[in-house]
Design a protein. Structure first.
Length: 201
C-alpha cells in the first residue's frame, strides 16, 4: 500500500453545470473547481469506485449511499460525494440515471485526485486503463478522519472486492458499532495529501 495522505488532495475538477443563459438543447458550460471548493470544510464522506455504470457501483454502493443519506445526516455528515475516474459527461449521465438527490458526483477524468491519494490502479485486463481502487474516507476540514479501503489492493485485479467501503459498514463505524476495518494497515503520510509520488508495484 502507498502512504495514505493526512488531508484530501486539492486538485482541479472539470465540471459540466447547467446555465439557463445558454440557449439550445445543451444549456451547459464548463466550470473548473478544486476539490476543496467542492467538498468544503464540513463533515463529509467521499467514496471512490472503479467506474460509472459498472455493476457493483450501480446496483449496490451508489444507490445505498443515496438511500441511507438521512441516517448519515443523523451522524453529523453534511455531504456525500461519489468520485470516479470518469469525465463530467459520464458522471452527470450516471447521476441522472440513478435519480440522485443527495449524493453528489465528482469527475476525476485525469485521475489527478486518485493518483494523489495513491489509489490509482491499472485495470487493463478489463480495458479500463487507469482507475481507482474502491475505498471511502470520512473527511472534516479536509482532514481524513477515517479510511475504508477494500482488501486486495493491486493492479489488474480479477475480482472487485466490496464491503469495507459500503455505506452500511461506514454507518456502523459512525454509530459506534462493530465494523470491518479492511484488510490492509494504512501507512500515514503526514503531508497535505498533494502530489504524492508513491506508487504500487
Amino acid at each position: 500500500m502507498p502512504p495514505w495522505p493526512n488531508r484530501i488532495p486539492n486538485v482541479s475538477h472539470q465540471l459540466r453545470v447547467r446555465d439557463e443563459s445558454i440557449e439550445g438543447d445543451n444549456p451547459f458550460r464548463w466550470e473548473h473547481k478544486t476539490t476543496h471548493e467542492i467538498v468544503g470544510r464540513g463533515k463529509s464522506i467521499i467514496f471512490s469506485l472503479p467506474g460509472a455504470f459498472t455493476p457493483t457501483c450501480s446496483t449496490f454502493q451508489l444507490p445505498d449511499f443515496e438511500k441511507l443519506f438521512p441516517e448519515f445526516q443523523e451522524q453529523g455528515v453534511e455531504n456525500i460525494f461519489c468520485l470516479s475516474v470518469n469525465d463530467a459527461f459520464v458522471m452527470n449521465c450516471w447521476a441522472n440515471d440513478q435519480g440522485l438527490n443527495h449524493v453528489q458526483v465528482i469527475p476525476d477524468g485525469s485521475a489527478l485526485f486518485t493518483s494523489a491519494m495513491g489509489m490509482e490502479v491499472k485495470k487493463d485486463n478489463l480495458g479500463f486503463g487507469i482507475r481507482s481502487w474502491r475505498y471511502a474516507v470520512v473527511v472534516e476540514n479536509y482532514v481524513i478522519q477515517k479510511s475504508f479501503v477494500e482488501r486486495g489492493f493491486r493492479h489488474n485485479a480479477e475480482d472487485d472486492p466490496y464491503g469495507v467501503s459500503s455505506p452500511q459498514n461506514i454507518l456502523d463505524f459512525l454509530q459506534g458499532k462493530e465494523y470491518d476495518t479492511g484488510g490492509e494497515a494504512l501507512q500515514l503520510n503526514l503531508s497535505d495529501g498533494i502530489g504524492s509520488k508513491d506508487k504500487i508495484g
